[in-house]
Design a protein around this ligand. Structure first.
Ligand code: AMP
Length: 191
């Protein structure tokens, strides 16, 4: 089973993806983590994306698609993937469909976590104090939220038309959200 975790920044995608990994033995592919890793190891890619990330903008489709391509091709025998923070544009979603097709596979379900803007801002303010992630500062977060609304939210009709979209109330507790996601996956398996 291949799952896309979808939603605005700080909706809980990473937290829920990690819970699914341990329950279903899937591989979590987070482009945000891959890019942070590239920065931490001081690679050329890391240098190229650091300013963009700190400002809260999206890095190019070309960069993130090639990171995902590399991971899919080197983990062909895996039981399935959870995509976390990817795709974020229609071009990325189309590339992902094409890539999965190369391996006779497909995205089975897209879990969309719905959280209202004021709660996102509260969560990020708290995370910024606790973890100090540069792109969690209020100015960058505004840009990230705007990138979500203008570039990423247009994926909702894309996946809706593919009948893969499952909306989940991301305002509930971590465990309650996790239960709802697992119910959606069970229903999908029955289809
Ligand atoms: P995240 O941890 O998923 O919130 O990602 C942190 C930052 O990495 C984003 O604000 C973007 O700058 C960059 N990034 C991560 N994934 C993508 C993606 N799929 N497309 C473009 N930029 C991305």
């Amino acid at each position: 089973m291949n799952i896309v975790m979808f939603g605005p920044p700080a909706a809980g995608k990473g937290t829920q993806a990690k819970k699914l990994v341990s329950k279903h033995s899937l591989l979590q592919l987070s482009t945000g983590d891959m890019l942070r890793q590239a920065r931490a190891s001081g690679t050329e890619l890391g240098g190229k994306v650091s300013g963009i990330m700190d400002r809260g903008e999206l890095v190019s489709d070309e960069i993130v698609i090639s990171l995902i391509e590399e991971q899919i091709s080197s983990n062909k025998d895996n039981r399935g993937f959870i995509f976390d923070g990817f795709p974020r544009t229609v071009a990325q979603a189309e590339a992902l469909d094409a890539l999965m097709g190369l391996y006779d596979s497909q995205i089975d379900v897209v879990v969309s976590l719905k959280v209202d803007d004021s709660s996102l801002i509260n969560r990020i303010t708290k995370r910024f104090k606790e973890e100090g992630r540069a792109d969690d500062n209020p100015e960058s977060f505004k840009v990230r939220l705007n990138a979500y609304n203008t570039q990423t939210a247009s994926l909702l009709p894309y996946y809706l038309s593919q009948r893969k979209l499952h909306e989940v109330d991301g305002m509930l507790s971590i465990n309650e959200v996790s239960v709802l996601i697992n119910e959606a996956l069970k229903n999908k398996n029955k289809e």
